[in-house]
Design a protein around this ligand. Sequence first.
Ligand code: AMP
Length: 214
Amino acid sequence: MRIVMLGPPGAGKGTQARYIAQNHNISHISTGDMLRESVERETEYGSRAKRYIEKGKLVPDDVVNGIVEERLPTGKNEGFLLDGYPRNLNQAEVLESILDKNAISLDGVLYIEIEDEKVIKRLTGRRVCQDCGENFHTVFNSPAENGICDKCGGDLKQREDDTPEVVKQRLEVYRENTEPLVEFYDKKSIIIDVSGNGTIQEVAERIEDKLKTL
Ligand code: AMP
């Protein structure tokens, strides 16, 4: 199964992607995670990407496309779930050409919809484990012990780009650059609409129901 996850920041793409990848035994390719990892490791890509991520802007296409070309599993029997890529039309075209070159195609584009107000609440309250990457929320999914990951005991921190000002910028970037991809994929008749409202479990069940039809 080859899937792209589409939707605004805070729609739950990362959380749902982890579940789907595990259930279906496919690779979870998150450009956001890979970029943050490069920033941590202070690689050349990372130092270029850092200032864009901090401001909630898109990292230049050549950096992101390069990472995806390197890491996307393109074997005939390999599945993947792309989370956070493509984020504009140029990236979508690059993805098309990678797929064409390998004679493979997407099975669907999961489009998770949610209102801005909810996105802001979700993202500003999000806390991420510094060790295992698990996500928590100060109100909707709080850990048993404040600031400590339930899963591995790591420290929970707020992402630098989850502050109210940067979240607002990320939403603007999404509307301008990423939302047009809904039409791009709709023309190919591969959009799968899912509401991002409700609990993590409710959204996961909705997604699994839709994936069964593929
Ligand atoms: P995410 O974890 O998907 O919310 O991504 C966090 C940040 O990483 C974004 O706000 C961008 O600055 C950067 N980023 C992630 N994926 C991409 C992409 N496909 N194109 C450009 N920038 C990206």
